[in-house]
Design a protein around this ligand. Structure first.
Ligand code: PAF
Length: 286
């Protein structure tokens, strides 16, 4: 496995490859990321994993400085499962002239309204930052396929739109969320929990499951189901950002006629914000 820090060197290495599959990450890899690499291996003769903590997708009060950087351990894991190339550029490689604060000298991507809803409502720069770095990485790596996790359902939705509307010739493949036995979705942020918090952390997933059950009962409208779920989670000590029942095809608020739903949630336990979602195929309710 090769560890490469410069885009020019990466381009040289990849020019000899037939088919490239790409897994973009911010490092601190867990079994969820490694599953994406396993999927990537099935689609190409060369798997490139990028490790880059992208400053553009963090707001001023978010945890950019504290984001765990574990390059050596990540490379060991990637080598063990057969990734071919790790691309770990510096901030100045990706954003020449970046002053660490604002990118207003640079081109960024203007996203549709969905990027300002759900996670985008409280993280205003987040998806524009994600779209910008993913576009840059796509242009550098020029993969045939790229693999993203379904845990970041809204991110996956936005990336699919980006690829479709900006004509990137790349197939996007989605990897299922990997979970602990109690249902907690694997996330780099889980490492911040103490043992007691870790036990409590599965409550977000369990609340989304309860939403699914409530939809199946057909006794309440979606707005009431969302509000009840948020209330129960707050009573357990969480700060709830949203619990939302959406159409998985459009990511718009679901109507009772939508069959394919996704229940999305974001909430903070003590200082740690988690997101999760469950896709659910409901028969039209009328
Ligand atoms: O999902 C992530 O880890 C990041 O948002 C991504 C796609 C690597 C862009 O920085």
């Amino acid at each position: 496995m090769q560890l490469i820090h410069s885009s020019a060197e990466l381009k040289g290495v990849l020019s000899k490859r037939k088919r490239v599959a790409f897994v973009p990450t911010m490092g601190n890899l867990h079994a969820g990321h490694l599953q994406l690499v396993e999927i990537a291996k099935q689609h190409a003769d060369c798997v490139v994993v990028s490790i880059f903590v992208n400053p553009l997708q963090f707001g001023p009060n978010e945890d950019l400085d504290k984001y765990p950087r574990t390059l050596a351990a990540d490379c060991e894991k990637l080598e063990a499962i057969g990734a071919n190339v790790v691309f770990a550029p510096s901030v100045s490689e990706m954003y020449p002239g970046f002053n660490g604060k604002s990118l207003n000298q640079n081109v960024t991507i203007n996203l549709p309204a969905i990027a300002s809803e759900l996670c985008g409502a409280s993280r205003s720069v987040h998806f524009s930052g994600v779209a910008t770095i993913v576009s840059k990485l796509f242009n550098i790596v020029q993969p045939n396929v790229a693999v993203f996790g379904k845990k970041d359902f809204q991110q996956l939705f936005i990336i699919r739109k980006l690829v479709n509307q900006l004509n990137f010739p790349i197939e996007i493949i989605a990897g299922d969320t990997v979970r602990e036995q109690d249902g907690l979705a694997l996330s780099s942020r889980n490492g911040k929990f103490n043992p007691a918090e870790k036990l409590q952390a599965a409550q977000l997933h369990l609340t989304l499951r309860e939403v699914v059950e409530a939809i199946k009962l057909k006794q309440k409208d979606f707005i009431t189901i969302e509000a009840d779920a948020a209330q129960r989670l707050s009573e357990k000590g969480w700060q709830v950002d949203y619990i939302s029942i959406r159409s998985s095809a459009t990511l718009q608020p679901a109507s009772k006629n939508d069959g394919n739903l996704v229940i999305l949630g974001a909430a903070t336990l003590n200082e740690t914000r988690l997101i999760d979602n469950i896709e659910f195929c409901a028969k039209p309710l009328n």
